[in-house]
Design a protein around this ligand. Structure first.
Ligand SMILES: [Zn+2]
Length: 216
């Protein structure tokens, strides 16, 4: 006969061992330690029609583009969230997951390097998703990789255990978020959060000078 204390313990369903944990936090620590690469899509996910996914993808690109501002003060870390159901998130990013947490019910995807541009171009169906053109050589973009000089002076920049430590790449996470009031009425909904770094540069001056020299 199981006792009350064994009934309230938490068990890891991924490794299916008999080991149990006193708290959900303990189970979460075990998952992070032993199953940090787990990315099986859970069985409860439902298919979402393509036109619905198309709409939410366009919303994501629009919200990313809104953060690519044309001012030096807007360079650096950016974070924003939009409402998105779990089914929609998995419908879009399911085959690109870097982690699914069974006990937390959250998902994570991380894209970086030059190949990230092509991967997300394919996902979003938009080949300009990562940059915004302000004309006359002025560009703002999502920094997905470092050039050779930057690489020489830095190590790998993605450290998921820190709250937000990202110097390149695009970290996309989905989880339920909400709050409760004093009567324990809880409100919650699914949110997808984007974390990235914005860079910008002006490519006009040098190009114009070279042109002038050619004509003199
Ligand atoms: Zn386990």
């Amino acid at each position: 006969m199981p006792t009350a204390s064994t009934l309230t313990r938490f068990r890891c369903t991924i490794c299916d061992s008999k080991r149990t944990f006193k708290s959900k936090a303990g189970l979460q620590r075990h998952e992070s330690l032993k199953h940090s690469n787990y990315k099986e899509i859970p069985a409860h996910i439902l298919l979402v029609p393509k036109n619905e996914l198309y709409h939410i993808k366009n919303t994501m690109v629009k919200e990313l583009q809104k953060r690519l501002k044309n001012h030096y003060s807007k360079v650096g870390k950016q974070v924003f969230s939009i409402h998105c159901s779990e089914n929609r998130f998995v419908g879009i990013f399911g085959q690109y997951l870097t982690r699914y947490s069974v006990c937390g019910g959250w998902y994570q995807c991380f894209f970086d390097g030059e190949e990230a541009i092509d991967q997300l171009t394919k996902i979003f169906g938009d080949n300009q998703w990562a940059e915004r053109n302000y004309g006359n050589g002025q560009l703002s973009w999502i920094k997905l990789y470092e050039n050779e000089t930057e690489q020489a002076t830095s190590e790998s920049k993605f450290k998921p255990k820190k709250k937000f430590y990202l110097e390149k790449g695009l970290l996309i996470e989905w989880r339920m978020k909400g709050f409760s009031d004093k009567a324990e009425h809880r409100c919650e909904s699914g949110e997808v959060t984007f974390r990235f770094v914005v860079d910008q540069d002006y490519f006009g001056i040098e190009a114009n000078r070279l042109e002038t020299k050619t004509y003199i």
